[in-house]
Design a protein around this ligand. Sequence first.
Ligand SMILES: O=C(O)CCC(=O)C(=O)O
Ligand SMILES: [Fe+2]
Length: 472
Amino acid sequence: MDAFVSRKRPRLSNPSEPKHESSDSREDTTDTKLAILLSLFPTIKQDELLDILVSCEGSVESVVRLLSAKDSTADTPVNKKRNAVSSLGMQTSLSSHVFTTAEDGSLEPLHGSASRKKLPVLRKGKTLHLYSPEDIATYTPCTIIHNFLPAQEANALLLELIEESKQFSRADFQVFNRTVQSPHTNAVYVSTPEEHRQQTSEYIHGGTYRTDVRQATPHLRSVSRQVQKTVNEEINKRIRDVYPDGKKLQYQSPKEWRPNAAVVNCYDGPTESVGYHSDKLTYLGPHPVIGSLSLGVEREFRVRQIVPRDDDETAEEDHEVNKTSPFLNSTHKAVASAARADAQGQISIHLPHNSLLIMHAEMQEEWKHSIAAAQTISPHPISGNKRINITYRWYRDTLHPRYTPRCKCGEHTILRCSQRKYMWMCYAGYEPGKEGCSFFQWAKFDDDGDPVWEDKAIRDKAPTLANFSASQ
Ligand SMILES: O=C(O)CCC(=O)C(=O)O
Ligand SMILES: [Fe+2]
């Protein structure tokens, strides 16, 4: 590649990035990026492309967008190629630019939106791409921190989890009365034998006990401590800077956020994904905060707001294709949900290697999120086509399954949220091949989101869960 790039290439890393990453892999990455750009823009000089690449902080996609946005109307072969490539999910880095993807897949800059504090109106069929941490914090209930771990530590964790992911499995779920497998694999990690026992014989997920529970690796636990510290700092900033009167939300826990489980997802290749959903509230409680670390291949995390008129929206992990309710059948719900995503538009947050995304307290009840299938991906030097994601979660002691109500089938109920009201419902509609019962009970919480149980026998039971990162 040195014949290809004649002058010394500048480093493209973010200034805040730790510097102990291998310089060879950096150089190769720059060469590859230049090669891609030269093939796309053969009329632009190599040195000019390099300068633009540097000014875009190493993001090929940002360069493609910039150059395509400048002159994307002429129907030349080069522009056709540029426009085709501009809609692909390539590696990106920070940019203050905000772009939307139109229905035909082309990208348009959205002028002026970054300076306004109001969410720009998302038009039908459009995807609004946000790149800068400031834009993401302003327009979504998320905070992103790039280059979260020292580079060596992120790489070591990625290597370890790629090895672990060979044991991961796919969850089964139901679509139109057929059982299908989740479009990615995962496993749950806990830190003590007691937590392992509880996760495999007490907590219910998708109507059954988990079999894929694993012992947290030393790297996972050490990273958990760092995630815990940062997430708590970011929660406090969000409360101070964003929430009304600088106060935590009603039902949000005032306690320190202490993750005690980690779901590790593996997306092998561009087509692996997860559909629009909100994370299960049953054991996390109302307004949970989730810390989500991305490693390996960059993918798009898409979010959309749940509009108030959606009277069937819930905060359960109801993948769009897997939605069931006592009132609508799954076909109706999947069609309605897909139509809503299209009608409202969506926001895309790019999650590069070693980025920590914090889903704040308002996220699960008010928004849905997904990992979109990509048309193409940029392979990562360590993981190839794979992306690893770790979501650190805090299972609340007070919502241990020993307390939560049982339905008429005698099974554990799930906590759902609709129209800002919480309820306990039969879980069975989520389990392949099972009919649910009509069990329904309003869920009551105190201001801090701990359940208020009417039954004194339940109130008297003592919580026992340990802390994920504290227990070694
Ligand atoms: O892979 C991700 O970034 C998101 C995963 C997710 O939404 C989940 O595990 O619930
Ligand atoms: Fe999720």
